[in-house]
Each structure stands twice: as C-alpha cells, then as structure tokens.
Ligand binder design. Sequence first.
Ligand SMILES: C[S@@+](CC[C@H](N)C(=O)[O-])C[C@H]1O[C@@H](n2cnc3c(N)ncnc32)[C@H](O)[C@@H]1O
Length: 317
Amino acid sequence: MQWVDCAPSHTLRRPSGGTLVGRHLVHYRPGMADESFDPSVYKRTTREQWDASGAGYDAWGATIQSMIRPSAEHMMDAMGIEKGSSVLELACGSGAFTQLLAERVGIDGRIVATDLSPGMVALAGANADRAGLTQVDVREMDGEALEFDEQRFDAVISSLGLMFFPDPESSLRSQARVLAPGGRVGAIVISGPAANPFFSVPAQIIGARAGIAPPAPGMPGPFALGAPGQLASLFEAAGLSNVAAQTIPATIRLESVDEHLRFLKDAFGALHMLMRSMSDDEKAETWGAVAEALAVYQGPDGFVSPAELIVCTGAVD
Ligand SMILES: C[S@@+](CC[C@H](N)C(=O)[O-])C[C@H]1O[C@@H](n2cnc3c(N)ncnc32)[C@H](O)[C@@H]1O
C-alpha cells in the first residue's frame, strides 16, 4: 500500500497495530475503523506541531505562494471574490494565501484570517502588519468551530487546510452558515500521492523506514481529500450547490534536490515526527535515500517536480 500520509499533527498507524497520536501510542485494530481516534487529541498535536514548524513553513512562503497562486486565482475567480469582498479564511497558516486574497479584495475589502495554531496566527499577523494589510484581521480559531454570526461573509475559503480537519463535511456546513445570501465556499487541497512525488516519495521512504504504515481511509492527512471526485462529493454532501472541482498543476521549482530537502525539513514537522524514533545516523541515511529517490527530478533547470492541487467551489442556495 502506498504511503499516503504524514499529517502535521498526525495520527500514525504502526503495522503491528496501535496509533501514534502526538507522543502517545494508542490501541487500534488493523482493518477496522479507528475507534481510538480522538479529534481533540489530534487537534492538540496539530496545534503543537504547526506551532513548532510555523517559522520554517513561513520561511518558505514564497515557494508555497508560487505553488498555490494558479489555484488561488482560479478559486477567487470562480467564487466571484473581488474588490470590497468580505472573506473568512480558515487554516490560514502564516498567510501565504491571505496575501493573495488581500491583493484581490483591496483596501475596501475585509479578511478574517484564522488558524488553529497560535504560532501560525502570530506569524500571519506579523506578515499582514509588515505588508500594511489593514483589511486583514487575524484570529486563532478551529476551522471546525466557527465563532461567527450567520450570514456574515461573501466567501469562506481554505487553502491546504481542509484535509487536516477530522470532520470536513461538518466544517463545510458551518462555513455555509456564515455566508451571506449568494455567498460561496472554496477549498484547495493537494491531490493524490502519485501526482505529488515531492511529498509522497519522502513520506513513503520515511514511513517505511520508521515502520509506520499509512492511515486508514477517512482519517485526516495531506492526501485525505485528494482522490478524484472526493472533494466535490464532500461539498455536495454538505448541502452546497453549483459545485465545481478542477485539478491544477502546482509544479515545484527549486535550485536543486538539496534545496528541496531543506524545504521539506524546514516546513513539514510531520516528517520529523515520523523519524523521531530513529538515531541520528538512521535519520541521515533516510534523508540520503530521499535525496537519491528525488534526484530523478533534478535536471538542467534545477529541481522541477510535478505537484497537483484540487480547487473546489460551491454556493449556498
Ligand atoms: C499546510 S498549512 C496551510 C497554510 C496556508 N493556508 C497555506 O496555504 O499555505 C496547514 C494549516 O492548517 C492549520 N490547521 C490544521 N487543522 C486546523 C483546524 N482544525 N482548524 C484551523 N486550522 C487548522 C494548521 O495549523 C496549519 O497552519
């Protein structure tokens, strides 16, 4: 089975049975739905993990922004986000998408950018202040527990966040509730592992060497909503209408494999978490194996790896 998961706060299954949630190994029955999964524990480790890796993720903001920009533009067009729009952003991280939104809505627009991780919220706030984005208000908030009145925003969006929510359908229902009439919901997620070797290959190699098997279907993680049709079905199940989904290339371009390894090490704490039972020598050997496997994407133009995102939008009736 392909290694498909490595969520930032992640629940990791060992082939022998048992689930690692943060630092805890809890019981699980192979082949069964994971009854031991506890969303509150998962969220606590998610928060801790993004707090820890937020600065590293933020340092690669330009790389992330160049990956998401085509999808972001497509999504904002499809949702009719324009000058003056009022937008709620969930899972904003350090603000890579927030900045693109701010360009779009202009100074007369309004963005409430939220994230579960206080560390990320602090980074997003500092980035918005530094860029003079007075239309951006940043708040700590769980994307599954929205603290707003009904019918308030023209749009609710999330970029690379919804797949980490334990109950994304319920979150989408809540997102619809805070929309003004005619409002739109939009989400960007990463598609499947085969289309995203820049991350799935390292995750597979590290997971295999650490003896950690992929999570069961239905559990949160980077590729949790990436199967064809899955995100659109979720939007429809949440009661949204005019649902449209599109896959969009998000090619990664860096100078070299070594630079890509620095990106992975800095921005994705989950990879370190997978490795935490390894010795320093084992870690070094594992990163060597990752570099070797990814060398196939090194060419005359540097490191160029395919990547693919899915953009889905829907409306409230
Ligand atoms: C990969 S980052 C995406 C950041 C940003 N949106 C971007 O496009 O670069 C994932 C973010 O999801 C946030 N997150 C995970 N679960 C969340 C939840 N339940 N509610 C809100 N944010 C959450 C994490 O804290 C992290 O900042």
